[in-house]
Design a protein around this ligand. Structure first.
Ligand SMILES: [Zn+2]
Length: 457
């Protein structure tokens, strides 16, 4: 994901997600307590999905008596679950008092710790970012750093009040630093990156620092997780950054069902959304794109990481922004490099889509540089590869290194098409969430289960 050094550029104000449908009634005999719980859950679900409602509306639409509605509302106001809403505009009659769901009666917290900054966010139960703290905090593996983190986290947690959970973005080992993997890491048993990283269980809840996963060296994210566990009674969980960002994407785009989220950063990563859920343990960055190709930081050869990293684009001594600046001026050699990079990104996307067909969301640092023409070119490449796969290649697409580097760019022709093969139409777009999406998503991970509990799902 993008470095946390950039503070959030904007705060989302999103419409309230639709409430979940209630679970089927249990088979056992219904007790008065069951009825009370069900009425309360139904009222909360109704309130959540609307700006404000009246007692009469609740009673009429939920089939409840006015005394039942009044009694429940009274309890909800006491507990802070509901709040008085604005009075409804009068249509000539008496103004009826409105009520609303109180989205801030609990908050969820997300944290994103980078090499130089610490980003903390709190979201309300509508997923809106309601508190944010960005601190310049260069990482150091010492006590002073951990104390500083503890102070910042403790202060933030205290300001948040009642918190349902804290999610901390924890990059996996292969992406967390310039760690060189020894030869034994190349054995078949170790070839799944997810299987050998501390973040293989991305949502493992850690109730105390003693339950932290084994680590080879302390990291900024782990310091934050320890601080949360010390300063907040709420559960603290670690989440891989691409999965956290996918959570945010899923929350803010309720039309998503199946999607590949690919984050094109200096260290690429990805996450898959299947049936409205973010899959744990998906690490597409080490799929083989070029058998026997360039050496990857994971120790193997030909991984996506080695071909789709933004760091592969610039020439010697050129910065990544510098590369895109020259590219924009129409420099031919840079365009050739860009086209080859797009070829590899398309290949990675097509391979992932061969497993889970769905929308493609491109995020990360690259997303800020890719213009409409680049997105269209990438879409055409993926569609062409999809078409090739449907045309008889059962195996995952791989690229021959011999073909790489010719500068050929067959996919930018005017006859290129937008969709390929017989699969579903390809929708490819840039991510809609901001630079702090990881922190937002790490927090949102707690919200859905909490709401499901409130709504009796
Ligand atoms: Zn690799």
């Amino acid at each position: 994901m993008s470095a946390a050094s950039t503070p959030a550029a904007r705060t989302h104000t999103t419409p309230a997600p639709l409430p979940q449908a209630p679970a089927p009634a249990p088979a056992r005999a219904t007790t008065p307590d069951d009825v009370r719980r069900r009425n309360r859950a139904a009222m909360l679900r109704y309130l959540y999905g609307r700006e404000r409602v009246t007692r009469q509306e609740l009673a009429a639409n939920l089939g409840l008596s006015l005394p039942t509605v009044t009694q429940n509302l009274h309890a909800m106001l006491e507990e802070g679950l509901a709040m008085p809403g604005d009075a409804l505009s009068s249509t000539g009659g008496r103004r009826a008092r409105g009520y609303a769901f109180n989205p801030r009666h609990r908050l969820a917290v997300g944290a994103q710790a980078g090499p130089t900054t610490l980003l903390l966010r709190a979201v309300d139960l509508y997923g809106n970012v309601v508190m944010e703290r960005v601190r310049s905090l260069p990482y150091r593996a010492d006590v002073a750093y951990r104390q500083r983190v503890g102070g910042i986290v403790g202060e933030f947690a205290a300001e948040c009040g009642a918190v349902i959970g804290a999610g901390v973005c924890l990059p996996d080992a292969a992406g967390a630093g310039a760690e060189h993997r020894p030869d034994h890491a190349r054995t078949p048993a170790a070839q799944s990156p997810a299987a050998r990283t501390p973040a293989a269980q991305p949502f493992a809840v850690q109730s105390s620092p003693a339950q932290q996963p084994p680590i080879s060296q302390p990291s900024a994210a782990q310091s934050v997780a320890v601080a949360f566990a010390r300063h907040s009674p709420a559960p603290c969980a670690t989440v891989r950054p691409p999965q956290a960002a996918a959570f945010a994407e899923l929350w803010h785009d309720r039309t998503l069902r199946n999607a590949l989220c690919i984050y094109l950063d200096r260290r690429p990563s990805g996450a898959m959304i299947v049936n409205d859920s973010v899959l744990p343990g998906c690490a597409i960055e080490h799929m083989t794109l070029v058998p026997g190709g360039r050496e990857c930081r994971c120790g193997r050869r030909g991984c996506m990481d080695a071909y789709c990293s933004l760091e592969t684009l610039p020439e010697d001594y050129e910065s990544i922004p510098g590369f895109f600046s020259v590219l924009e001026q129409g420099e031919t050699h840079h365009r050739e490099r860009m086209n080859r990079w797009l070829d590899h990104v398309a290949l990675a996307i097509a391979n992932a889509r061969s497993v889970v067909p769905g929308d493609v969301i491109v995020g990360g640092e690259a997303a800020q540089y890719l213009d409409d023409a680049d997105i269209a070119a990438l879409t055409r490449r993926v569609a062409d590869l999809d078409a090739q796969s449907v045309g008889g290649h059962a195996d995952a697409n791989v690229m021959n290194d011999d073909a790489y580097g010719t500068g050929a760019d067959a996919n930018t022709g005017a006859d290129a098409h937008g969709t390929g093969g017989t699969g579903p139409a390809l929708t490819l777009r840039t991510a809609s969430c901001d630079d702090g999406a990881c922190a937002t998503g790490a927090a949102l991970r707690f919200v859905r289960p909490y709401l499901d509990g409130l709504f009796g799902v």
